[in-house]
Design a protein around this ligand. Structure first.
Ligand SMILES: [Zn+2]
Length: 71
C-alpha cells in the first residue's frame, strides 16, 4: 500500500494530498510546503485513507447556510 501526505484544515477536513511513493522528491517537497502555506496540518497516511477522506471542506458552506437560516 502506498503512502501519501495530506493537508488537513483546522476543522478536520482533508482537502489536499500528494503521493509519496514514486514521486520526485522536489515535487513532493513543493506540494508539502504549499499545503503548509495554506495553513494545513501535514500528516502521513495510507492512500486508502486519502480515498476515504479527501474532499472539499463542508464546514464553510454549512456555516453560510446556518447564517442564512438564522432569524
Ligand atoms: Zn471542514
Amino acid at each position: 500500500m502506498s503512502e501519501c501526505y495530506i493537508g488537513r484544515l483546522p476543522c478536520g477536513c482533508v482537502v489536499a494530498a500528494t503521493v509519496i511513493d514514486g514521486q520526485d522528491f522536489r515535487q513532493l517537497a513543493k506540494d508539502v510546503s504549499q499545503f503548509i502555506q495554506e495553513g494545513l496540518t501535514i500528516e502521513r497516511v495510507s492512500s486508502e485513507y486519502v480515498k476515504e477522506h479527501l474532499r472539499s471542506c463542508i464546514h464553510q458552506s454549512k456555516e453560510l447556510e446556518d447564517d442564512t437560516n438564522r432569524s
